[in-house]
Design a protein around this ligand. Structure first.
Ligand SMILES: NC(=O)c1ccc[n+]([C@@H]2O[C@H](COP(=O)([O-])OP(=O)(O)OC[C@H]3O[C@@H](n4cnc5c(N)ncnc54)[C@H](OP(=O)(O)O)[C@@H]3O)[C@@H](O)[C@H]2O)c1
Length: 334
C-alpha cells in the first residue's frame, strides 16, 4: 500500500464557535514533489485566531478557505525530499502549507530555519508572526514612553504576553487582562506585569481598571474588543494611543453586538487609534526577530508554548485556543 498522509479540510462553515465536525480528517497518498517543490514532513502546526476569519467565507484582508479546501496555517517541518536547489533533505523549514502531515510545497514559499539558533517551534511564536505582531504592532503604533501606563487585553496569549513584556522593557507600567486566575498569576508573578485581572470574574471592568490605573491609561494594545475595550476607552489619557490588533471577542458572534460609541473619546482625548496587519512590516521582520532573539537570550523576555500532541487533535486545539485553553502560543506537535 502507498504511504499515506493525513490532512484536515474545511467541511462546513462554522456557525458561532467552530465544532470539530466543521473539519474533516482525510488520508491522501503522500504527494510526490514536482520540479521546484520539496516534500516536507510537518513537525509543528500553528493554530491562530485569524483562521476563524478565513473560514467564514467572507474576504477580509485575505481570501477565505472554501469548503473542501485544506485548512490554511503556518507550519514548521523537515524536508524529506527536495527538487529545489535551495533545500536538501533534513533541512528544517517554515512555511504555510496548512493542516497537513506531509505536503509538496513550492520551495519559493519556504524559509530555511537554523535549529541551532532557536528551537524550530519558536518560528511560529516568539520569533515568528505572533512575535512580530507584538513587536511592531505595539512599538510602531503605541510608541510607548518610559513611565506610561499600558493596558493589554488578551494578555496571556501568544501576542499579548509578549506585548506586556516589551512594554516593561520600555519602562512602562503594564496592566494585563486575561481569562483565568492562573493566567493572571503567570502575568504578574512570572512575566513581571505590574497588575492583571481576570475579566471572567471581574464584575465591573471600569471599577477594576480605575483601581489598577489610577492615573489613567496612555497606551492600549487591544486583542479582544467588545466590553473590555468599551471600558478602556473612557479611561484613556489625552494623546493616548490604541493599537487595534485583534477583536477576538467578536469572532464567533452570529450577530454583531450593539456597542457604545467610542469615537467621541478619540475626539476629546485627541487619541490615535490605528488598526494593523502584521505583514505591513514584513520587510523589517529580520530586525524584529533579531531584537526578540536578543531579549530572549538576555532573559528579558520569556515565552511559553502550549503544545497539543497529535495531528488528529489540530481542530480540537484550534477550538480550544478560541475558548482560552492556551497560555502563551498554542501549537500542535505532529
Ligand atoms: N493584526 C494582526 O496582524 C494580528 C496578528 C496576529 C494576531 N492578531 C490578533 O491578536 C489577538 C491575539 O492573537 P494570539 O495569536 O496571540 O492568540 P492567543 O491570545 O494566544 O489566543 C487567543 C486568546 O483569546 C482569548 N479570548 C478568547 N475569547 C475571548 C473573549 N470573548 N474575550 C476576551 N478574550 C478572549 C483567550 O484567552 P482568555 O483566557 O484570556 O480569554 C485565548 O487564549 C487575536 O485577536 C488575533 O486575531 C492580529
Amino acid at each position: 500500500m502507498a504511504p499515506v498522509a493525513r490532512q484536515f479540510k474545511l467541511a462546513a462553515r462554522p456557525v458561532g464557535m467552530p465544532k470539530e465536525s466543521d473539519f474533516s480528517l482525510e488520508e491522501i497518498p503522500v504527494p510526490a514533489p514536482a520540479d521546484g517543490q520539496v516534500l516536507v514532513k510537518t513537525s509543528y502546526l500553528s493554530v491562530d485566531p485569524y483562521m476563524r476569519g478565513r473560514i467564514t467565507g467572507v474576504r477580509s484582508y485575505a481570501d477565505p478557505v472554501n469548503i473542501g479546501d485544506v485548512m490554511v496555517g503556518g507550519a514548521v517541518g523537515q524536508v524529506v525530499e527536495s527538487h529545489h536547489s535551495g533545500f536538501a533533505a533534513g533541512d528544517f523549514v517554515l512555511g504555510y502549507w496548512g493542516w497537513q502531515e506531509q505536503a509538496a510545497v513550492d520551495g519559493k514559499t519556504l524559509l530555511k530555519l537554523n535549529p541551532n539558533l532557536a528551537p524550530i517551534s519558536t518560528a511560529l511564536g516568539v520569533l515568528g508572526m505572533p512575535g512580530m505582531t507584538a513587536y511592531f504592532g505595539f512599538l510602531e503604533i503605541c510608541k510607548p514612553q518610559p513611565g506610561e501606563v499600558v493596558v493589554v487585553s488578551g494578555a496571556a496569549g501568544a501576542v499579548g504576553s509578549l506585548v506586556g513584556q516589551i512594554a516593561k522593557i520600555k519602562g512602562c507600567r503594564v496592566v494585563g487582562i486575561a481569562g483565568t486566575d492562573e493566567k493572571v498569576h503567570w502575568l504578574v508573578n512570572d512575566l513581571g506585569f505590574d497588575a492583571a485581572f481576570n475579566y471572567k470574574t471581574a464584575t465591573d471592568y471600569t471599577a477594576k481598571l480605575k483601581e489598577v490605573c489610577p492615573s489613567g491609561i496612555d497606551c492600549y494594545f487591544d486583542n479582544v474588543g467588545g466590553a473590555i475595550t468599551d471600558s478602556v476607552f473612557p479611561l484613556l489619557n489625552v494623546f493616548g494611543r490604541v493599537s487595534v490588533c485583534g477583536q477576538i471577542s467578536m469572532y464567533n458572534l452570529e450577530k454583531p453586538e450593539p456597542g457604545p460609541r467610542l469615537l467621541p473619546y478619540t475626539l476629546v482625548k485627541q487619541l490615535k487609534v490605528e488598526g494593523f496587519i502584521v505583514t505591513r512590516w514584513q520587510s523589517r521582520w529580520g530586525e524584529g526577530i533579531a531584537q526578540m532573539a536578543q531579549w530572549l537570550k538576555e532573559g528579558k523576555i520569556q515565552h511559553r508554548e502550549d503544545i497539543v500532541e497529535g495531528f488528529e487533535n489540530t481542530a480540537k486545539a484550534f477550538i480550544g485556543m478560541l475558548q482560552g485553553e492556551n497560555t502563551g502560543k498554542m501549537l500542535v506537535k505532529v
